[in-house]
Design a binder for this molecule. Structure first.
Ligand SMILES: [Zn+2]
Length: 360
């Protein structure tokens, strides 16, 4: 962090340089000037479910309520929420997970950049065949600074070979939900538990050979896709060994603490992951499990849940994709009305764009 510095920015919001201030630079902006924020995990297409899916009884209960809940047509839709992400919350880069892969134009119209993760899932041969077309399409440009790529939903819902094929696609990092429920590890290690029972009840032909016999991180490693930059979302129930393995590989633990508290009543063992040298990112998850799409609303929750990790680490996490290749680094400059990163622990500050991202 620099005090009394001058940031020079191109007309498209790209950072050109930072230098110490000189006497003839003119009046300074107060507060903290940072790159536009990164929301590393959300689902814009679930925006109509705001406040409608109660939690507190674990992932399984929440997930089955969420698929039964119908969107409220009177609340702003995903396109409006994408505009809110940029205009109100100061977000420049978004990792949006979409079943239909159709949310990219919302990001482009809002002036956001980032990745639409076209979600593939399924353990049944017919589902796997349908997902093949999404994987075969690879990385697809959607518009300025926005690309679409395949990413698997989770190892509990997706055939391991399909997970490997989707994540083997190059380009910007892929993502998947990991260890959001303890039932995932029971399924992977022993092929049993509530997820196995549920797949059986649905009549899915998913038992193709013995279970992998290992946790999610070890399985991703075995599949050859546990690599630098992979966004492992939630990780609530990852054991110490798995966290250390993920940290060593350079995977990014992507936490959504308000959603995690709402659904599972706890967050991942983030302090252990950070102590092992792991890199973290912050997402909001969707409005079906979180009241806003503002990543800075997540930081007071993290300050309380993981006091060992300083706010500087979180500020860096929510601004760290400033130079990612697919954005071209055109992430703008955001002014936060706080004196130091530590103030972020008390609540999300007001903010305004000094230079908007991607504007020419
Ligand atoms: Zn999610």
């Amino acid at each position: 962090m620099l005090r009394d510095a001058v940031v020079t920015v191109a007309s498209d919001g790209r950072w050109r340089g930072v230098r110490p201030a000189r006497a003839d630079d003119g009046p300074a902006h107060e507060g903290l000037c940072v790159a536009g924020l990164v929301n590393a995990h959300t689902h814009l297409e679930l925006s109509g479910l705001v406040g409608r899916v109660p939690g507190g009884e674990g992932f399984q209960a929440w997930a089955s309520r969420s698929v039964r809940t119908r969107p409220d047509p009177t609340v702003p839709d995903g396109a409006a929420r994408a505009r809110e992400l940029v205009d109100r919350w100061g977000t420049a880069v978004v990792h949006d997970v979409s079943n239909g892969g159709h949310t990219g134009p919302w990001l482009v119209a809002a002036g956001a950049q980032g990745v639409v993760h076209h979600e593939v899932l399924g353990r049944d041969p017919a589902q796997i065949a349908r997902a093949g077309a999404v994987v075969a399409a690879g990385v697809v440009p959607v518009g300025r600074g926005v690309v679409r790529r395949p990413s698997p939903h989770a190892l509990l819902s997706t055939d391991p070979e399909l997970v490997a094929d989707a994540l083997a696609v190059g380009g910007p990092p892929g993502t998947l939900h990991v260890a959001e429920t303890p039932d995932e590890e029971r399924l992977l290690v022993a092929g049993e538990g509530p997820v196995a029972d549920w797949l059986d009840r649905l009549g899915r032909r998913w038992r193709r050979g013995p279970p992998p016999g290992v946790d999610a991180v070890a399985l991703l490693d075995r599949l050859g896709v546990l690599r630098r930059g992979l966004l492992l979302v939630h990780g609530i129930h990852l054991a110490p060994d798995a966290l250390r393995r993920a940290a060593r590989a350079g995977a990014v633990l992507t936490v959504c603490p308000r959603s995690n508290q709402h659904i599972e009543g706890r967050v991942a063992d983030i302090a252990r992951f950070v102590a092992a040298g792991g890199r973290v990112a912050v997402g909001t998850d969707s409005l079906a499990s979180s009241p806003t799409l503002d990543v800075l609303d997540e930081l007071p929750v993290l300050a309380e849940a993981v006091p060992e990790v300083p706010m500087e680490t979180w500020l860096s996490a929510v601004t760290s994709e400033a130079s990612a290749a697919w954005t071209g680094g055109a992430v703008g400059v955001l002014q936060l009305d706080i004196a130091s990163p530590a103030d972020l622990a008390r609540g999300a500050p007001t903010r305004r764009w000094l230079a908007r991202p991607g504007t020419v």
